[in-house]
Design a protein around this ligand. Structure first.
Ligand SMILES: [Zn+2]
Length: 360
């Protein structure tokens, strides 16, 4: 455990989460991943069984021998590497392909580092000052405990980056023009933060503005949005269409989508000014070729395997997702950030995703 927290503290002390090139990052990321693999092998029975069931060797830390656990696994099994008494928080995620809920069990150190790393990453985009914050959702999303879903939890988590939290929608999901205009008048000519889930921002904000014929002057705002494109891709909406419509209705040009999952809270990939999602020092991505399980070369789409140095209380450090993406490059994005950068496409049919899905 000390091995991994030492590495995390070291990475958190860097000026930026995007300052290490591939060789520099490997010096810390590889030992970190190896320490987590050993930690979970020694402390999580389900994870231990995966090695035996798949004939894997715990002393061989090549990618082929370090299982990428299917996110589905967390829906069928309680995978935990700490005692029940150490669990302080349970995150749930239903995902999109099944109604079954995944349970992610967090201990205090994991939860603490999730927050620290999210702050470290997002502050590099937003600055250190808390900005006035407009939330593209309705106030009841965090009040109604019954529907206190991933959406509610996401809003509560992101709230720490803002102040004077104001909701842009009313409880009927209509735009609350009085609230937004009051907010804009209160904070003229200064940066403000907008946050919402991608689908909510599109359907209940951008499209609703279009239909109302009204525009808002939010040119000084930065929009952070997350939550997947699945519903929007059905409408054949691209990221550039989304941005163009946003700018037309609100004047906003600072837009950052971010990609993350309940199984790896904290180590999110954030969209840069060039429109690519960047791995930070705390995460890595492998694009799994559909031919075999090797890494696909840049430019070729494949299934996303995502690695994070944060999961200490459950074996979620190397996951096979249900998303497809393309690696665009590494260490040479025009935005200046180092690390791998990718484009995420969509979710794959479950049968296409191949990985260890049998705990044994
Ligand atoms: Zn970039």
């Amino acid at each position: 455990m000390n091995d991994i927290t030492n590495i995390l503290d070291n990475l958190l002390s860097q000026d930026t989460p995007y300052g290490l090139n591939a060789a520099q990052k490997a010096l810390m990321f590889k030992p970190g991943l190896k320490a987590l693999t050993r930690l979970h092998f020694d402390n999580c029975i389900g994870y231990h069984n995966i090695f035996a069931a798949n004939g894997l060797d715990i002393n061989d830390f090549t990618a082929q021998q370090t299982p990428a656990l299917s996110v589905q696994l967390f829906k069928h099994n309680e995978l935990v590497s700490v005692s029940k008494e150490q669990v302080i928080k349970t995150l749930t995620s239903s995902g999109t392909t099944s109604q079954q809920v995944a349970k992610i069990l967090l201990d205090a150190p994991t939860s603490r580092y999730q927050t620290k790393v999210l702050v470290h990453i997002l502050q590099s985009f937003l600055g250190k000052k808390r900005l006035p914050m407009l939330i593209i959702d309705h106030p009841n999303v965090i009040k109604d405990r019954q529907s206190f879903s991933a959406r509610g939890a996401g809003i509560v988590g992101l709230s720490t980056f803002g102040r004077d939290h104001t909701y842009a929608l009313d409880n009927n999901m209509a735009i609350d023009f009085a609230a937004i205009k009051g907010f804009i008048e209160k904070y003229p000519n200064q940066p403000i933060l907008l946050f919402g889930f991608t689908f909510m921002v599109w359907q209940h904000f951008i499209e609703a503005l279009n239909q109302s014929g009204e525009t808002l002057d939010l040119a000084q705002a930065i929009l952070l949005h997350s939550g997947g494109w699945k519903k929007l891709q059905r409408q054949a909406l691209s990221n550039s269409d989304f941005k163009a419509a946003l700018e037309q209705t609100t004047g906003i040009t600072g837009v950052h989508n971010f990609y993350g999952m309940a199984e790896q809270v904290g180590s999110v990939l954030v969209e840069c000014e060039q429109g690519y999602l960047h791995c930070s020092n705390f995460s890595d991505i492998h694009i799994q070729s559909s031919e075999d399980l090797s890494d696909a070369p840049p430019g070729q789409a494949g299934v996303v395997v995502i690695e994070s140095l944060l999961p200490m209380s459950y074996p979620g450090h190397r996951l096979l997702t249900e998303d497809t993406a393309t690696l665009i490059g590494e260490d040479d994005c025009q935005c200046g950030r180092l690390g791998k950068y990718i484009l995420v496409h969509n979710r794959v049919a479950r049968t296409q995703a191949r990985g260890c899905s049998d705990v044994g």
